[in-house]
Structures are given as C-alpha cells and as structure tokens.
Design a protein around this ligand. Structure first.
Ligand code: CS2
Length: 486
C-alpha cells in the first residue's frame, strides 16, 4: 500500500492543500509538534492558505523524541487529520515544512527562531514544558533542565531555554521582534510564558531580558479540540477505507475552537478567516474551558480509570458518571463569569456530547498523566472561589480524593498503575507513607506547596471531606463511591 507523500497527493480525492506548497517559507516555528498542534494550529494555518493563499510554512520542533520527524519527513511534511464523529472525515494538511529535533541538533532550532523570515513562535509543550511552579506560574529555577540551560544556553534542552537562545540571536542580530504564542492549557498562558522567558533571560543577559520585555508580545490563547493519541484502529480505518498509509495520522473530534488575544508584534496568518476568535481578553474563555472541560475531564479520568474504564467514551456509558460530570460542571460553573454571548448551560451540554463521541478512543490513563501540573488550574482555583462564596465543595473533595487514590499506585485489583507525572516521586511518597491513615495523608498532600500553594491546607472542611471520600473509595470501591454521590 502506498504511503502519503507529494507524489501520492494527485491521487487524493478528498480535501487536500489547494495552495502551492513549493512557495511556502518558514514563517512560524512551533515548539512541540505533537498530535494536538497538527490537529489544531497547523490545521487552521492550512485552512487559511486554502482560503486565501499565502506562504506560512511551519518549522515543527520536537524537544524530546525524533518520532514525528520519522513520521513526517518521508511524507514531505504531509499528514492526515481524521475527524471522527457521526461520520469520519479525512483531510490532508500541508502547512508543515520541516521537523527539527532538539536533542539531535539544538543549533538548528535556535537558527530557525533567529531566521529573519520567521514572524512568530507557537508552543504546545504541555503544562510541564514551561518549567514553572504550577501554584504560582513563575519559573522554577531549580528545575534540572533550567539549571542545564543557564549553563549551556547555546545547546538548551527546555522550551524556555530554546526561546531565550533564539531570542538572544535575534537581539544580537538586531532583527525585528516576533510574537510568542502559547497554546497550552494553562491559565494566563501568555503571561506565564512571558514570565518564564524573561526570568531565564535575566540569568543569561539582563539587556536581553529588557529587550524581550519591551518588544516581544506574548498573546494569551484558549485552545480546544479533543485529540486522543492515534490508535492502531485509526490507521487500520485509513488503510481499509482510503487505501494508503500515513505514519503521521492524527485523529480529532469535529469540534474545534481557538480564542486568541489580539496582541501581535509582527505578522500572523489570518486565522480569524477560518473560525478563530480574536479578542481583547481571553481570560473568561480560558477559565471557562479549564474549569469545565478540563476540570471534568480530569475527574472522569481518575474516577473512570479506577472504576476500570479505559476510555472516556466508556465512562460516559455509565449514567452515574454522567451525573457526576454534570453535577461537577454545574458546581464549577457557579464560579465563572461567562464570556460575552456565551451560554454556560449549553456549553456544559455540548461537553457531555463531546465526551460521549463513540469515534474517539481517548484513554483515561492519557488524561490522568501530569496531574500535578493540571490540577491547580482545573480544580483548585474553582475550590478557592467556592470557599470564598461559601459554596459546596463536596464534588471537588471527591475529585481530589480520586486523584490521591490514583496516586496510591495500584488499582482495585492490586495491579500496579504506571504513574506519569514530573512530581510523582514526592507525591507518591506521601501516599505510601500514610497508607492506612486518610486524614494524615490528605493533610500532608494539601501541605505540598508546588501544587496546593499555602492556603488550602488550612481548610478543614475540604480536608475532612477529601479524607472521607478517600476512605470510602478504599472501602467500597470507586463505582460505589460515585454511586453515593448520585
Ligand atoms: C485533556 C486535554 O489530556 C488532557 O488533560 O483534558 O488534552 C483536552 O482533551 C483538551 O484540552 C481539549 O481541548
């Protein structure tokens, strides 16, 4: 069977690039070219060029592994986005020009950022890629990657390191400033990126830090599209139905949303022509999405995993879990001010439908990863607001108990769980230390400042409720605990 590449393109009968890919120039450097970027920002950039033409080529960078390079290089950067819902809709994306791999050739990424043609850098490096303290949003200077980059800025390994190294070249070469666009699920993602970049730059060259502060813009964004890891069944579908292979295939839900703060210091693709919303302030969109979508996603992931469900779709076949998600969202919605012209009730209903998409095999274990980096913005800020409002914190205590239960490291059949989280070591030390004392366990957990800050440990109502749910989860199992909430 033939593999997708330039030569194969003429045979494609469904949606494919209508623009001339030979004239693309490197206009965007993207750090973190995983599935999400390919189904979201690269998808929008491709759509803009299909509509209006243009030469916005993307230089995609992998900061860890070389797998995406091996997927896309033999395919001339081409890949398929397969939208799975009631129907399966494929389209070929052509906006990626090249893939660079940090550990192989850090100098190539620095040179790409310092290329005078480049107008903007975008990022999907996941929460932990910012090397910040999740509770405060400031740079974690003690982070081993940051320590490495402070001493080796010409061969960095972290995303802030690559940004600073590339900006240093632009500064020294007196090039025009570029915009840096964070597309990760962090609150104030633009401001967090700005703060980690400037803090790191101060260690390298104080004048550079001043130049960045005065010239570089860091627009905030809210990005949304469910993009599970591609499964064997997806590649099989492509082979069976479209009769070609694509090592770079990504699968996504039909829904997609992008809200961008209109604050660019250089040119950008006209993403607003293909559905992106350019606004003055993204905060209301971002908070709504993080607390409702991502908040309930994490809850369903921890509770669902422990109840034996492998995917979110399976979880959504259990009506008590659907009720749990609805109630959780309703509680979280009470802490929000809806963005203009937005109906929060309708948004919640839409989320239930999106989570119930049978075409998506979104693994609970995938969403459960990196909880220490996700929980502060997904749950804890809602909890803080509810405490201020004297609202009901039960469902958040339940969610926290489900996370702690997961970090116990074994499931309900005593099978070990492979926990992937940069802070798994200190957190699992706490769960192991107090195995038989839920109250002491939760107290020490809440005192863990990188995640909980300094305020929540004093809230005895939250602490007691979390400890009670945790005991119940151990005593009667997760399904029974969820049932007790209904
Ligand atoms: C998910 C997100 O993996 C996760 O933590 O909650 O990736 C989620 O699918 C996206 O944010 C949806 O836009």
């Amino acid at each position: 069977m033939l593999r997708l590449c330039n030569d194969y393109l003429p045979q494609i009968k469904f949606k494919k690039p209508s623009y001339n890919r030979d004239t693309l120039k490197p206009g965007i450097v993207h750090l973190g070219i995983g599935a999400f970027h390919r189904a979201h920002q690269a998808f929008y950039t491709d759509a803009v060029m299909n509509l209006t033409g243009g030469d916005w080529g993307i230089i995609g960078c992998s900061l860890r592994s070389d797998s995406v390079k091996h997927q896309l290089e033999p395919q001339n950067g081409l890949y398929t986005v397969l939208e799975r819902g009631a129907e399966n809709t494929p389209c070929i994306i052509g906006s990626v020009l090249q893939v660079l791999v940090g550990p192989e050739n850090p100098a190539a990424i620095i040179a790409a950022i310092a290329n005078p043609c480049v107008k903007l850098i975008s990022l999907t490096i996941t929460e932990k890629g910012y090397c910040h303290l999740p509770s405060s949003g400031t740079l974690n200077s003690a982070h081993p990657d940051i320590q490495h980059d402070i001493n080796n800025i010409h061969a960095p390994i972290s995303a802030p390191g690559f940004l600073v190294a590339g900006l240093l070249q632009r500064f020294l070469n007196k090039l025009e400033p570029i915009s840096i666009l964070s597309c990760d699920n962090l609150p104030h993602n633009g401001a967090v990126t700005r703060s980690v970049v400037i803090e790191l730059a101060q260690h390298i060259n104080p004048e550079l830090a001043i130049w960045i502060g005065a010239n570089i813009s860091f627009p905030g964004t809210m990005v949304d599209r469910i993009v599970p890891a591609t499964a064997e069944a997806d590649s099989q579908w492509l082979a069976d139905n479209l009769h070609f292979t694509d090592a770079g295939l990504v699968v996504a839900e039909p829904f997609t949303q992008w809200v961008i703060e209109d604050n660019f210091c250089n040119q950008r693709p006209a993403w607003e022509k293909v559905g992106a919303l350019l606004v003055k302030d993204v905060a209301a969109y971002e908070t709504m999405k993080l607390r409702l979508l991502n908040g309930s996603h994490s809850l369903l992931a921890y509770a669902g995993f422990m109840a034996g469900y492998t995917t979110i779709y399976q979880v959504m076949q259990d009506s008590t879990f659907v009720a749990l998600a609805r109630n959780f969202m309703a509680q979280a919605a009470g802490t929000l001010v809806a963005p203009q012209n937005f109906d929060l009730t309708e948004y919640q209903q839409q989320l239930i439908e999106r989570f119930s998409n049978p075409g998506l095999q979104h693994r609970t274990g995938q969403i459960a990863m990196d909880g220490s980096q996700k929980i502060p913005q997904r749950w804890l800020n809602s909890v803080r607001d509810l405490i201020k409002q004297q609202g009901d914190i039960q469902l958040f205590a339940f969610a926290l108990a489900a996370w702690i239960r997961y970090l116990d490291g074994s499931d309900e059949h005593q099978n070990p769980i492979s926990i992937s989280d940069p802070l798994s070591q200190p957190l699992m030390q706490i769960t192991q230390k107090h195995k038989n004392n839920a109250q002491a366990l939760v107290a020490e957990f809440f005192a863990f400042e990188p995640v909980f800050g300094a305020d929540l440990r004093n809230n005895t109502a939250l602490l007691n409720a979390t400890a009670e749910w945790l005991e119940r989860m151990h005593r009667s199992g997760m399904k029974a605990a969820v049932g007790a909430l209904a």
